[in-house]
Design a protein around this ligand. Sequence first.
Ligand SMILES: Nc1ncnc2c1ncn2[C@@H]1O[C@H](COP(=O)(O)OP(=O)(O)O)[C@@H](O)[C@H]1O
Ligand SMILES: [Mg+2]
Length: 587
Amino acid sequence: MTSVVVQVLRRLTKSERWQLGGIVGLIFLGMILEMLSLSLILPLVGLVTREDYSIATISWLPQVVKEFDQAHLLQIALGAFVGLYAFKSTFLLWSNWIQKSFSARLSTRFSDELFDVYINQPYNYYLNTNSSSLIRKSQNSGIFVGGVIDPSLSLLTDGSVAVALAILLIAVEPLGTVLVLTTFVAATLAFQRFTKRRIRHWGAEKNRLGELQLKILQQSLGGIRDVTLYGRQNFFREAYFKQIFDNAMITRKFDTVLIMPRLWLELITVSSLFLAVVVMNAQDRSLSEIGVALTLYAGAAFRVMPSVNRLVAAFQNLAFSRHLVKEIGDDLELVKMAKGSDAPPIKLNSGIRIDRVSFRYGPDLPWVLHECSAVFRKGRTIGIIGSSGSGKSTLVDLLLGFLDPTKGRIFVDEQDVRHVRISWMKSVGYVPQEIFLLDDTIEANVAFGVDTDFVDRLRVVEALNQARLGDFVFNLGNGLETVIGERGVRMSGGQRQRLGIARALYANPDVLLFDEATSSLDSQTEKELMSEISELGRTRTTIQIAHRLETIRNCDDIFRISDGVIALLNKNERLEVFGPTKSENGQ
Ligand SMILES: Nc1ncnc2c1ncn2[C@@H]1O[C@H](COP(=O)(O)OP(=O)(O)O)[C@@H](O)[C@H]1O
Ligand SMILES: [Mg+2]
């Protein structure tokens, strides 16, 4: 338990630790006020009910006060009493507000930091992490506060209440209290021992199930067309049911364990009362003696119980949060990619050089590329062909700097991509096989991730026209403002692709990379698009991976990847692959 608390405390900044200290102070002040207002009830009741109640014997009161008559005194006392309660209530309200504000700020900070970590990992991280896991942890990042700071504060509050009560009770009824305390401590420790491991396990299990739920939801709703078409609703429903059922069973056990301390402590109290009676009876104590002892014991027990109860609940909460806190704590330690939002894009001077690059996705996985060398010169159009699975997209990811070569290097002009990754990524317009679209307007999808106020509308229109999507967009009722639905469901495959191309063109990049980006277009549109792009200027370097040979037939250089090796096709090989061009035919 201490390890979780320490883990969270270590993450607080200096000022947050001070604030937390202040809050602990407020909690203690509140407790003192609480005690004070409680302890004033007895004398007040005395004043009201006893005719002969006198304050004349209280030495520290000034003479004037001692001379007040009872009715007058009663008024003053009641007034003071109400005043004290009003003050106490206001204070507690305020102190609570301060506490909640602290929790809210802290919780926000942790959630924000966690998201910052998750969105700034090297690409490799996402290849090996399911998004359900990241989503679940992001959604539950409040655990640092709700599952650790809050229960710890409650431990402090109730711990101190229990201690204060114990002191008060020991002063009034020593024997009973000591007996109660010993039994309670022993009983609580036994309970803790018995439940702690289970509760930790349930906490971990609940995390796993929560993640599974997200995964099932994402996969079934995300793949709804296939689910409907193949009629697999029940498959997902059953998986979903199993998971929520298991989850509910854990909640049932945990919630039951949460109310167990009270019942358990009551049982212990009553049994020890019984035991006390038996023992005292055996000692031949008088009945009235036994009666007094029992009253004291029971009184003490039932007054300490609620605090002990809450103490145990706080311990249980800490145990339950342990697993998630550890996981999130570890994630917060992940090294973020260097940020370079201000790094300027690179102006390509000579070209891209691939220098004996070999690549595999993991030490145990087969090599995808083997000792590949190639030069893509500036201003040229480059086509790459290769059968499916030959490593074309892998090469693209290496060129973009998403992946690092396992061996060898890739140079942009004479700089290693790894050293200029951020600037380099900004200089490339990239159109992937699958276009990721936001459920937002066409404009927001073209100027991806740019605040509406800063969008260059002229560029958006220009890019849409270049991508041969202009007519389509301006025939829509809302034009650029048209919302295209989740993942662009309201557009055709070809329109989605052209939107992706418009996005790549928006920043007017120096280098364009198309990874089978025109596969959904009809050949006429593709032809228009390609000639438009080649007209954009000869300073631009275009790398195209094509699915249809026709698309790249007119490229300046054509490479082929096969058996993990990239090779430039010479004239004969080109002829072999594409057949004679029309002009050559005519000769
Ligand atoms: N994240 C990955 N982890 C492991 N293997 C991968 C991964 N991505 C692709 N591969 C493998 O690498 C090879 C090349 O894939 P890819 O570059 O996508 O081919 P393509 O030429 O069709 O674009 C394939 O055998 C594929 O199974
Ligand atoms: Mg591919």
